[in-house]
Design a protein around this ligand. Sequence first.
Ligand code: ARG
Length: 479
Amino acid sequence: MSVVAKTDAAGERGLLPEVLAFSSSLPLDRQLLREDLVGSLAHLTMLSRSRIVPRDAAQLIRAELVKLWSVDPQQLPEEEDVHMAVEAMLTQALGETGGMLHTARSRNDQIALDLKLHVREQCAAALIELSALLKMLATRALAEQETYLPSYTHRQRAQPISLAYLLTAYGAMFARDVEALQFVLQTCDALPLGVGAIAGTSLPTDRAITQQLLQFAQLTSNGLDTVGDRDFALDFAYAAARSLLHASRVATDLVDFTTAEFGLARLDGEIACGSSMMPQKRNPDLFELIRGKSGRAIGNLTGLLVTMKGLPGGYNRDLQEDRQPLLETGPLLLSVLRMLRLGLERAHFSRERGLQALASDATQATDVAEALAMKGVPFRTAYQAVGTLVRKCQKAGIPFAQATAAMAREIDPRFDDEVLQALDPRTSVGRKRNAGGTGPAAVLNQIEGLQTAAAVAAEAAARVPRLAQLFEQLQEAAL
Ligand code: ARG
């Protein structure tokens, strides 16, 4: 095991090496190097503009920070955390001058900033991924308006729907995730840097400069709250867990639909996995893993909640335990959403199997009852008459669709020819007229809704100030 270095700078002279190693967050927050550098460049610019650090010193420090952008995070010196690792490299290059950067700043407000920048970046990437997923669902739904299959309640066949309607139902969940991530971006939009360790600084800083450089909408209002606030991380972890829960539910549908028992869909060879022993197998591992990995997101949210619960006000070192769950969340969300898109694109639904499934379970029975109700029969009476007809067909061993006029009129003479047209399950979807239903016009509306949500997600992502852009701008910013 590598030994964590000195950290005189953090006032921990004489710490047992094991204690230092135990308390180091560097193994995880190496991943925050770019966030840390962007934050430091902005802070440095503010210090220089506020005449707290002389301009020539700021220039020297900036040049070193810029060099660090291309350093492999794995090569950072073994310090207590990413902040001290950066400071160690600065002082190695510049001597005492390197120590000017940390003026009017604490690692407490610094880590809060790094994490907000991280969440902002991850939200942008997730919004781009959600946009692609929504676009794919809309395109696929347009092509599947005449593919019919049963819907399920209680996992029993319910009423006929179009595959387009199923896909737009999936899309509706992910459209809500777009809204959730936009909310997360709002909770990230107050700059924490500049409150120092807890109570502020006696130096003549100007937080508004840093805010403007890093493009935050506002400043956090209270330093004591700021250094202990991880609400933005919780909101992100929740939004991610909920989105992955959505992915997981879609995955369960696909796992089921591709079994011989449902037989509604088939997985393309590009995504179906084999068995090492059973040569005939075509397994939905991809969808099972999507379901399995979503559990991790829920674990991460729970972990963060537990870390926060019971902490007193201000900064507490427990907060460092936010690192593992938070840093895992973004990449997990991205990879699952991407895999879901690739997987859904390669799941082929069979029109024949869909129709067979519809016909074999009287899924159109409600339509027949509704057609009867349209003739003035009270719905409850119509419901009972159709129920009787369904049982009569079952007893006679014929599909419900083949119930005859004679059989029906024996139960109720109001089963006229128009009502009996509803016996064809292929007409069921077309009969639905309400907003939010499976009828063709409503589904077209839903598809448009997904296209809009995809565009909203892409635009929201484009508005996020990205780390790479900020880095470019900060290199040039007037000192
Ligand atoms: N490594 C710490 C963290 O990740 C940085 C803040 C440390 N602050 C302190 N006072 N020891 O939370």
